[in-house]
Ligand binder design. Sequence first.
Ligand code: IMP
Length: 209
Amino acid sequence: MSRLLLATTNVGKQREFARLLGEVSESIVTPQQLGLHLDVPEPHDSYAENASAKAVAYCHASGVATLADDSGIEVAALDWGPGVRSARFGQTGGDPDQLLEAVAGEEDRRARMVCWLALAVPGSGPDGTPRAPRVELFSGVVEGALATERRGQGGFGYDPIFLLPSGVTTAELPESEKDAVSHRGRAVAHALPRLRQLLAGPAAAGDHA
Ligand code: IMP
């Protein structure tokens, strides 16, 4: 089976991907395992562009098919921000307490979590000459609301303040239940058939564009 480079050093994301990818996770290699230390900026206004930039940079550097993720939380009371800037929100960046402070007293608590995945596949011409990686995109969204205070010990990032319609935060759910409904779970479900096909063998890898 071929390898799939997972272009993230976020431990919370790595753990989720390992669960969500099922048997495909046996093919995963991490940037650390390949000795790759890339600092890819995320300057774009869309998740898709940021995820693509990351996937292409890692794919180019490694020659290995690469899956990258860009995700964020979107809050109605913040004009659906911070969105693509979620990791940099507040002074310390990505801090749930600072997000709660920013919406303190707001009645409209609607929020959603968004995930975009970019799969970069190494390209080669008919004569084997390298070509730019080709990118395929998958996305997932979960609608919910902001809690008024942190609840739950599970998950990571904004999970303790993201309320599902059932009234629990994603940090209060067992991992398997978060996976079944989360933005990342949904995006991975869309990507899995393609990943299985890609990793099944060279003929399916699509390296003959
Ligand atoms: P990025 O995709 O690494 O740019 O992360 C965006 C921000 O959203 C970071 O602060 C993450 O911690 C947060 N985040 C991403 N995915 C999740 C999730 O599944 N639950 C809670 N927070 C998340």
